[in-house]
Design a protein around this ligand. Structure first.
Ligand code: E4P
Length: 214
């Protein structure tokens, strides 16, 4: 499983990158709005810290404008992946961009059919938002499972990024389903490493080591 960090915060990205397990980063307009850094500088810095794919979202609404914006975002660095929300104009843009070699992550996926269409249009990644579905009492992980089954049935190579992750159990479930990628907020990533029994065990080992004659 690949681990992406779902943030635009440079401190968090540097810290997670130092752990040696970070494969990429996903940003969105909301995450970027929280940072007090100019947009282009911020993206370029993220692409320098993490060599893997960095998703940056297009905010245009017409296919022609999405394509233009996506091409300028993709020029910022070789590892930029353009995030495009699923919609008819988005599909037209994805087709055009994939033919021009721009990698697309289709975002705001809430049904397996949206994922299937995005993949058919040429998206490199699709991002089902599971937490936002859970929030309205629809099991988000069902969407991931159905998407994975459909992709498997047709040998579709588009990778599934499990997005809108709220807690470690989402990551466990994504792993059991065999999702390609999880994109996690930093506080969730920190929780993945922790276990109270590990802390107790480490404390006991250190205490006992202090008693050893050396
Ligand atoms: C994914 O690419 C999105 O940036 C993100 O996971 C959205 O999560 P949220 O529902 O917590 O805003």
């Amino acid at each position: 499983m690949k681990f992406f960090l779902d943030t635009a915060n440079l401190g968090q990205i540097k810290e997670a990158a130092s752990w040696g397990i970070l494969d990429g980063v996903t940003t969105n307009p909301t995450l970027i709005s929280k940072e007090n850094v100019k947009f282009e500088e911020l993206i370029k810095e993220i692409t320098r810290i993490v060599p893997g794919p960095i998703s940056v979202e297009s905010v245009s609404t017409k296919a022609k404008d999405i394509v233009k914006e996506a091409e300028s975002l993709a020029k910022m660095a070789d590892n930029v992946v353009v995030k495009i929300p699923i919609c008819v104009e988005g599909l037209k843009a994805i087709r055009e961009l994939s033919q021009r070699g721009v990698q697309v992550n289709t975002t705001l996926i809430f049904s397996p059919l949206q994922a299937l269409l995005a993949a058919k249009a040429g998206a490199r990644y699709v991002s089902p938002f599971i937490g936002r579905l859970d929030d309205i009492a629809h099991p988000g992980m069902d969407l991931v499972e159905q998407t994975m089954i459909m992709f498997d049935n047709y040998g579709i190579e588009t990778e599934v990024i499990v997005a809108s992750i709220r807690h470690p159990l989402h990551v466990v479930e994504a792993g059991l389903i065999g999702a390609d990628i999880v994109t996690v907020p930093f506080p969730v990533l920190e929780k993945l490493v922790k276990h109270p029994l590990t802390d107790i065990g480490m404390e006991r080992f250190l205490k006992d080591w202090a008693k050893v004659k050396r």
